[in-house]
Design a protein around this ligand. Structure first.
Ligand code: FES
Length: 118
């Protein structure tokens, strides 16, 4: 695993979630109570973008149907989603956010939109 720079710290203010890329890998970076977290960017319910969601006390809330995912573990803590999202280790140093990814993640892009949303 290697840590890849994905954003400047100032691009993710507290209480916000935004989309970034590490190679082909699309990730959501959120800052909750001052700490930055990285997760896959697709909700496991019907693949809405989590970077379009909102942070709530328990984690990232999906804007489509209200699922909530724990940003540390990826666990779905509020339905309708039941499957966890992927999480990635984060290091924040000298005003930069780094996400820990594998070579496979960088090349293949990780979880992506799989189904049409109607
Ligand atoms: S797509 Fe996220 S809750 Fe339905």
């Amino acid at each position: 695993m290697e840590f890849v720079k994905v954003a400047r710290s100032g691009q993710v203010p507290d209480g916000y979630v935004r989309r970034f890329y590490a190679g082909e890998l699309e990730i959501a970076v959120a800052r909750l109570r001052g700490t930055a977290y990285a997760t896959s960017n697709y909700c496991t319910h019907l693949d809405c973008l989590l970077s379009s969601g909102k942070l709530v006390d328990e984690g990232i809330g999906c804007s489509c149907h209200g699922s909530v995912f724990d940003v540390e573990t990826g666990e779905a803590v509020c339905p309708p989603a039941t499957e966890p999202i992927r999480t990635y280790p984060v290091k924040e140093e000298n005003g930069e956010i780094y996400v820990g990814v594998t070579e496979e993640d960088l090349a293949e892009g990780g979880p992506r939109r799989r189904k049409a949303i109607r």
